[in-house]
Design a protein around this ligand. Structure first.
Ligand SMILES: C[S@@+](CC[C@H](N)C(=O)[O-])C[C@H]1O[C@@H](n2cnc3c(N)ncnc32)[C@H](O)[C@@H]1O
Length: 241
């Protein structure tokens, strides 16, 4: 297995995330309230192709951003987004690492961990809360979302996104099965269909995902010394108590 979970799917992920980010925009914007860009950079953990970094840059026009992303394919999409925009290129630093290994600035003005927390095993997740707690400036938020399901379960294959590009339609679907305590194995299928819905290409990818509910995230963050509240779309906002 490739160690980059997004080696195959990285080609499609930005496209497939556009609608989700339309919905997440307002909850994340609201959760970023209190960010302190003057105190330190905003850290975007698992930044992917940069849709999250783009929103941070828009909401906090004076912020510097550290975008932490372990996948080379995703970083290629991210750098492509940054390279085309001189302002972003000036403000966003890309770090090739996982959230658990990334060197973080001593002081940070906020942190985002969107659509990625299931990549971390529970121990790594708790360790991350501690590292962020030690660095977050006064009142600066950590913003993290939980994605269903909250318990390991069998999920039959279902289509979750369909996007038209030129004469092709890109279709994303996925199924999951329990994969040990607290984890799932997602099996994703990405299909490219032509104008008459004939299959042009099919790519599959599988990765392990540690399930966690918003309530469990709030409990862990509380234990780590943060005050955490769940908002719309299971976006959790936490600040150091
Ligand atoms: C579904 S994407 C989300 C990307 C972006 N945050 C967004 O919401 O559009 C998940 C991202 O997490 C990254 N990732 C995987 N393992 C990670 C880890 N251990 N630490 C940080 N990011 C990780 C993947 O490479 C991928 O880019």
């Amino acid at each position: 297995m490739n160690s980059d979970d997004y080696h195959e799917s990285g080609e499609f992920l930005d496209l497939f995330s556009l609608d989700a980010w339309q919905a997440l925009r307002d909850p994340v914007r609201a959760a970023l309230e209190g960010a302190a860009p003057q105190a330190g950079s905003i850290v975007d953990l698992g930044a992917g192709s940069g849709l999250s970094s783009l929103l941070i840059a828009e909401v906090l026009p004076d912020a510097r951003i550290v975008a932490v992303e372990p996948s080379a394919v995703q970083r290629a999409a991210l750098l492509c987004r940054l390279g085309a925009d001189p302002g972003l290129r000036e403000r966003v630093t890309v770090v090739a690492a996982g959230a658990q290994d990334a060197p973080l600035p001593d002081r940070i003005g906020g942190a985002l961990a969107m659509n990625m927390i299931g990549h971390l095993a529970p121990d790594a997740r708790r360790e991350l809360w501690g590292r962020l707690r030690d660095r977050l400036a006064d009142g600066a938020p950590l913003v993290v979302n939980a994605q269903p399901p909250a318990v390991p379960m069998e999920i039959p294959e279902a289509e979750f996104v369909r996007v038209r590009v030129g004469t092709h339609t890109y279709v994303g679907s996925g199924a999951a099965e329990p994969d040990g305590p607290g984890a799932l194995r997602w099996r994703m299928r990405y299909r490219v269909l032509d104008h008459s819905d004939q299959l042009v290409r099919e790519v599959t990818a599988a990765y392990r995902w540690f399930v966690v509910s918003p309530e469990a995230i709030v409990a862990e963050l509380t234990e780590a010394g943060l005050h955490a509240v769940t908002g719309p779309l299971d976006v959790v906002r936490a600040v150091v108590r």
